[in-house]
Write a protein that binds this ligand. Structure first.
Ligand code: GDP
Ligand code: GDP
Length: 456
């Protein structure tokens, strides 16, 4: 094994996930029509500054990246506010409340030409309760003549009102200086005790109606995602930071989960694009399946997408509350027959409706990530391969017997193995090796790849 060093491909593993530092977050809050969106556009300078958003969406929390005097920060446009309104607006208001909670500072926008309304007063109460540093923007002060109106806003008790014209840019420099004073230099890492690389990234995938948004809301335990019976209520692709089992997890592309495109041509295509993009961003995929229905071709296709994307995989059977004995019997058969390709994936049987076994989700995800990142030292791997080949040699083909000369793990996330052999290894034998590798080393919840290089 003198050549071992030369074959070591470990250096090929790139570090991914560039979000190591948390930027300070500014929440822009105010009644509808006071000019929040205009102001946000003024702050970010260009539309291209959009980082977590599709432009033109205003009903949900939308985050942009911005900078002022060389300091970078994030701006959250909290969307339309209306206190004590029913239905969708109330839920959007709840989003804004969460926006305030998760911000390091608040920019409160008032229309100076209107003055403070009851809604403004109610908002101020909310802001006070959150206890965040607040800057007061008196907007629509387009010229010196309206300046006096702005001064009235001292009475709100939020300190100096900064007269600004979001539309024309007047006064926005002074406002931003005040904002920078309010924002902490280095915000506390509120996103948990995340390892370098930030919170682990989870994609919740599955065909329509399996219960993705129900599950998301259940685990989030609060109205982070706007849920509504109506179609198309959540539109921007925000990632959700969710506390689970004492850690913070990033559920990627969660708004897409709620995006309803049923009944339209190309809906399947769209759904599979969304799945692909969520997988792209994630480290681990939780594939949701409706346990109460026969496994569909689309279910297995989504599982295959996760496996082919090389992600750690957890299978979650949802709607367990709806199972009867008969369905349960058939379900077991289905799992044996149709999910052989992912026998290695941890399975949890949950109900987003009743909350059944929600607590098993995190351990399953953690197990899968552990398997995904398992690295077998080269010496140990070769000791294992040596024994295995001695006990179960490759079948003789055409008078020849291919031998495995040496193996190495080329990478993790997911584990990739390269075997150097004296001849072509049949697929069946490769599968056998994979099975034995899993028996020996675990690799629960992760696809593994084995490639063979034939050396003459
Ligand atoms: P939001 O939805 O509450 O964030 O408010 P918008 O940014 O959509 O603005 C509401 C309306 O006020 C739009 O017609 C804007 O053009 C207008 N507006 C925003 N800022 C100013 C300003 O500084 N001066 C004037 N005159 N109009 C403004
Ligand atoms: P999505 O399209 O995957 O996001 O699915 P939804 O979360 O919108 O759920 C689709 C339907 O299934 C809704 O009517 C939910 O109330 C229902 N549902 C979701 N989870 C469960 C569950 O665990 N048990 C039952 N009985 N119904 C559920």
């Amino acid at each position: 094994l003198a050549a071992e060093e030369g074959f070591d491909l470990d250096g090929f593993d790139a570090v991914d996930g560039a979000e190591h530092v948390r930027l300070p977050v500014l929440a822009v809050v105010g009644r509808p029509n006071v000019g929040k969106s205009t102001l946000v556009n003024r702050i970010i300078g260009r539309r291209e500054a959009v980082v977590e958003d599709k432009p033109g969406v205003t009903r949900d929390r939308v985050t942009y990246e911005a900078s002022w005097n060389g300091r970078r920060f994030k701006v959250v446009d909290t969307g339309g506010w209306e206190i004590d309104v029913l239905g969708i607006d109330a839920m959007v208001a709840a989003q804004a409340e969460l926006g305030i909670e998760q911000a390091d500072a608040v920019l409160f926008v008032v229309d100076a030409t209107v003055g403070a309304t009851d809604t403004d007063e109610a908002l101020i109460k909310l802001i006070r309760r959150a206890g965040k540093p607040t800057v007061l923007c008196a907007n629509k002060v387009d010229g010196p003549s309206t300046e006096a109106e702005a001064a009235y806003l001292w009475s709100l008790g939020l300190g100096e009102p900064y007269p600004v014209s979001a539309l024309h840019g007047r006064g926005s420099g002074d406002l931003l200086d005040a904002v920078m004073d309010a924002l902490p230099e280095a915000p506390p890492q509120t996103f948990g005790d995340a390892a370098p690389g930030g919170p682990r990234r989870v994609a919740l995938i599955g065909r329509p109606n399996v219960g993705k948004s129900s599950l998301l809301n259940k685990v989030a335990g609060e109205e982070r995602v706007v849920v509504n019976e109506l179609a198309g209520t959540t539109r921007d692709p925000v990632d959700e930071m969710i506390e689970l089992g004492g850690k913070t997890w990033k559920f990627v592309d969660t708004a897409g989960i709620r995006r309803r495109v049923h009944l339209t041509a190309g809906a399947d295509f769209y759904a599979s694009l969304r799945t692909a993009s969520a997988l792209e961003k994630a480290e681990v995929a939780v594939v949701l399946i409706d346990a109460s229905e026969t496994l569909a071709e689309q279910d297995t296709r989504i599982i295959s997408m996760a496996v082919e994307a090389g992600r750690a995989v957890v299978i979650a059977y949802n709607k367990w509350d709806q199972l009867d004995e008969e369905r349960r019997y058939y379900l077991e058969r289905e799992i044996e027959r149709d999910l052989v390709q992912v026998q290695w994936a941890p399975r949890v049987n949950v109900s987003a409706k009743t909350g059944r076994h929600m607590e098993k989700l995190v351990p399953a995800i953690e197990t899968a990530l552990e398997g995904w990142e398992t690295r077998i030292p080269t010496a140990r791997l070769n000791a294992f391969l040596g024994e295995l080949v001695a006990a179960h040699p490759h079948p003789i083909r055409g008078g020849k017997q291919p031998r495995i000369l040496f193996g190495t793990q080329a990478g993790i996330r997911p584990p990739r193995f390269v075997l150097f052999a004296s001849g072509f290894l049949e697929a069946g034998y490769r599968r056998f090796i994979e099975r034995r590798l899993r028996e020996e080393f675990g690799f629960v919840g992760t696809p593994i790849s084995i490639s063979v290089r034939v050396r003459e």
